[in-house]
Design a protein around this ligand. Structure first.
Ligand SMILES: C[S@@+](CC[C@H](N)C(=O)[O-])C[C@H]1O[C@@H](n2cnc3c(N)ncnc32)[C@H](O)[C@@H]1O
Length: 288
């Protein structure tokens, strides 16, 4: 009761101080008090995440290298995260890094899925539907760049989401999202791999008709925040995914993305796959 009174008093009379105390508490004190080793994007654990400390494990080493390279690029302004900077809570560089690190578990899964596909398929083509600034694809490329001939086919509208691609009332609330995106930012972010990238700009599914699409693929990531384009992406790319190829679905297990979950489950009902719903909300699928 006393704590609540102080909180109310501070919030009312010293709103700036209140915000600072809130940040310090949630970022430092709460984590220490509860022995929290990782927290971010809906996932909190008291167990050390796999990339902390040292290890001889190649997933650890590969992920850690990729993360360090990207961290330095962000720090040197060579990788611009417009998605983060447009977030209302992001005010400065430290906030950007904090948000980047909160995504570690998701990026670790991306790196692992790429390693799995790279080692178990012959194709060196990878696809991402929903590329945004190029953040997630960076972790898959970190593995595929070991073969100079890899090709990354990147699909995105790099423009606002439109009502016509969103099915339900709830989905339609996303119309207008990602207005700030610019394909040139993504091209610049990924410029180290320029000759290996195929940019297909436009709305899914329409864009598929006029795109430079691959004939076979090893790895597929779908992160479109919408069900119908997710379904259409699966329809196009699943048949050309090689046996043992891997799919990661970013939105499958997220509360609020029930439409996506439904189309995904309907799609795979008669397919020969191994399906893993991860605690991050992602789904990892291996074609058998
Ligand atoms: C959550 S973001 C992707 C994040 C990204 N994977 C990353 O690296 O952080 C969703 C993306 O899907 C794109 N998108 C949504 N609906 C689309 C559609 N129908 N066609 C093409 N792109 C779409 C948006 O422009 C946005 O870049």
């Amino acid at each position: 009761m006393f704590k609540l009174k102080i909180k109310t008093f501070l919030r009312k009379n010293y709103p700036n101080l209140y915000e600072i105390i809130k940040i310090i508490y949630s970022r430092i004190i709460f984590k220490r008090k509860n022995n929290i080793k990782f927290s971010g994007w809906g996932l909190t654990t008291t167990q050390s995440p796999p990339w902390i400390g040292t290890s001889k494990n190649k997933t650890y080493i590969g992920f850690k290298n990729a993360k360090d390279i990207l961290y330095n690029k962000i720090k040197q302004n060579k990788f611009y995260l417009s998605q983060f900077y447009s977030h209302p809570e992001i005010k400065n560089f430290d906030d950007v890094i904090e948000m980047f690190e909160q995504l570690d578990y998701r990026h670790y899964i991306i790196y692992y899925s790429a390693l799995l596909a790279f080692e178990n398929t012959h194709s060196r083509n990878i696809v991402e539907c929903g590329t945004c600034d190029g953040l997630t694809i960076f972790f898959s490329i970190a593995k595929y760049k070991e073969d100079n001939n890899f090709k990354a086919y990147l699909y995105d509208s790099w423009s606002e989401m439109k009502s016509e691609h969103l099915l339900t009332k709830k989905e339609k609330e996303k119309a207008g999202d990602y207005k700030y995106l610019n394909i040139d930012t993504t091209k610049k972010n990924l410029s180290d791999f320029q000759s290996n990238l195929i940019f297909n700009k436009g709305y899914i599914p329409e864009v598929f008709k006029n795109s430079d699409n691959p004939k076979n693929i090893s790895w597929l990531h779908i992160d479109l925040n919408s069900s119908m384009p997710t379904q259409e992406s699966l329809k196009l790319f699943y048949p050309i995914l090689e046996k043992n190829g891997v799919i990661v679905l970013d939105d499958y297990g997220w509360d609020g993305f029930e439409e996506t979950r439904e189309v995904v489950e309907d799609f795979f009902i008669d397919k020969k796959i191994t399906f893993l719903h991860l605690i991050t909300g992602q789904a990892l699928i291996i074609k058998r």
